[in-house]
Design a protein around this ligand. Structure first.
Ligand code: ADP
Ligand code: MG
Length: 224
């Protein structure tokens, strides 16, 4: 069975602001296959984050269909959406959103424990991921004791910890200098590929987009 990891059909999202309706997404049809890494390219304000938030089941308020691994998101109860996010999706944001009072290791262990892993298994997986990302000697550091690039690597490890079917990344290296961004981005892509996850990665950077399997462009609320 070659069921898509993600399929949106006629996805629409608009916002009311001061009595004016802004149509941000105006009918998005997007399919991401298993293990496929897709760049979502568009300038600032084109609706990339809005699309990722809808697909990440973080917000309602959209029209149309979002199917994740064949399940219609709108038909899931709130608990089912939470489970879908926890078990099938991984998130990387532009700003890392790490828990400030926990170590790098703990930030990667926690989602696995919530997922049902034992502490020992979660520790081993977190250590392996962080070591692969060059942070083997930063395991007990807190986010504030890490550089921006290191923090973003921890965020990558956290997103991949539960081997999600689909990784959603919103400008994952957008806050880093170009050299660091290139390195972290390459590591991110290699890890995603190695574990066979699919990914939808928002970026306004053509150069990063070209490194992915396919590029879709968001323009005036639709994909070109
Ligand atoms: P991008 O991530 O591509 O920069 P966004 O998805 O953040 O774009 O925003 C797309 C458009 O939607 C922008 O014009 C923004 O002002 C508008 N928008 C996003 N979120 C909201 C919101 N919660 N309320 C009102 N307008 C919003
Ligand atoms: Mg954005």
């Amino acid at each position: 069975m070659t069921e898509a990891v993600l399929q949106t059909t006629g996805l629409r999202r608009s916002f009311e602001q001061g009595g004016v309706t802004i149509e941000v997404l105006r009918g998005i049809d997007l399919t991401v296959g298993r293990g496929e890494i897709v760049a979502l390219l568009g300038p600032s304000g084109s609706g990339k984050s809005t699309l990722l938030q809808a697909v990440g089941l973080l917000e309602g308020g959209f029209e149309g269909s979002i199917r994740i691994l064949g399940t219609e998101a709108a038909q899931l109860p709130a608990g089912g959406r939470t489970e879908m996010r926890r078990d099938r999706l991984g998130f990387v944001y532009q700003f890392h959103h790490l828990l400030p009072d926990f170590s790098a290791l703990e930030n990667v262990v926690l989602p696995q424990m919530i997922h049902g892993a034992t502490r020992a298994a979660a520790d081993a997986r977190a250590e392996a991921l962080l070591t692969t990302l060059g942070l083997g000697r930063r395991l007990t550091h807190r986010p504030s004791q890490l550089s921006g690039g290191e923090q973003q690597r921890v965020a990558v490890a956290r997103a991949l910890a539960n081997r999600p079917a689909l990784v959603l990344a919103d400008e994952p290296t957008g806050n880093l200098d170009e050299t660091t961004a290139d390195i972290v981005f390459a590591e991110f892509l290699r890890l995603v590929r190695d574990q066979g996850s699919a990914a939808l990665v928002a970026t306004h950077n053509e150069r990063l987009a070209a490194k992915m399997d396919r590029v879709v462009r968001l323009h005036e609320g639709v994909l070109e």
